[in-house]
Design a protein around this ligand. Sequence first.
Ligand code: BGC
Length: 340
Amino acid sequence: MKKIFIIFFILAVVTGSFFIGGCSKSSNSDKKVDIFFPAGMERWEKSGQQFKTELEKQGFKVNLLFAKTADEQSKQVENAIKDKANCVVIGAVDSKTIGKALEKAKKNNIPIIAYDRLPMNTNAVSYYATFDNEGIGIAMGKYIVNKYNLKSGAGPYTIEFFQGADDDNNAHIINKGVMSVLKPYMDDGQLVVPSGQIDFKATNTPEWSPQNAAKRMEKLVAQYYGTRNLDIVLSASDSVTDGVIQGLMNAGYSGSWPFITGQDATKKNLAYVEQGKQGFTILKSADLINSKCIRMVKAVIDGSQLEINDVKTYNNGVITVPSYLCIPLIIDKNNIAQVH
Ligand code: BGC
């Protein structure tokens, strides 16, 4: 038995995928899937609606709810117990605190699948469908390195960092990826951060909110960019970028327009990319993550075949969650036609 498992494991590593479970097919019509996502962001709303439609096509009963606060979302998860859901899919509002509610659901035999964001410090999560977040950070950093010819010693360029929310594990991982690429260029002076705000503690954006990013950008312009140009803004998401742009305008920034990054390929930000207000965004295809997540839902509900491709990256402090990491795509002026 041990031998068979080892052979299976080696095969899985070689092929880069893991298939688990049998192939039993049963009717989904009496199976309830509860999906709980954060409210107020285009990307989550669009992905959630698409996910619901796809599951319904396959016969599942779907309850899709959005929450503004961590408390509201915890209550939604607790209601899934009363609702006798067969599976909960969670895109956490607050990855650090949702664990308690998820554990109650797990105790009531409801399997939990994490969508895009990983709930921390809990053993309640069975599987995790996401994108390669460190890869996203690295890709952001490398784009800057190439665009500004940093490898050939160009610079100095000014840069400011606008990272994601502290309560979202993804934000930390993206920051790690970005810094692994850009830190050497800050150390040797090719990239200069006039505000000195480099650590995640100083650069995170609570709730990934445009308002919070705008306020910080206004302060930065007032203090550091009265007469100086800001060349680059490394912004971790489109919602943060919205705030960065608003903040630059509110503060009356009059230097040359910076190269601003983003993530999520929202409608408004794709338009910004076309207009040159934003340098690039990153497409996290809803179809892709949804298809992987649906396989996870089916696997926990009826034991059908599961596809995962990572069993080592996503440790949440308690367990390492078997994951499927989807590949994101950078969208800039050159390939924007692909998403229209
Ligand atoms: C996701 C990003 C998104 C952000 C704000 C993060 O968890 O990884 O794609 O921009 O949440 O919604």
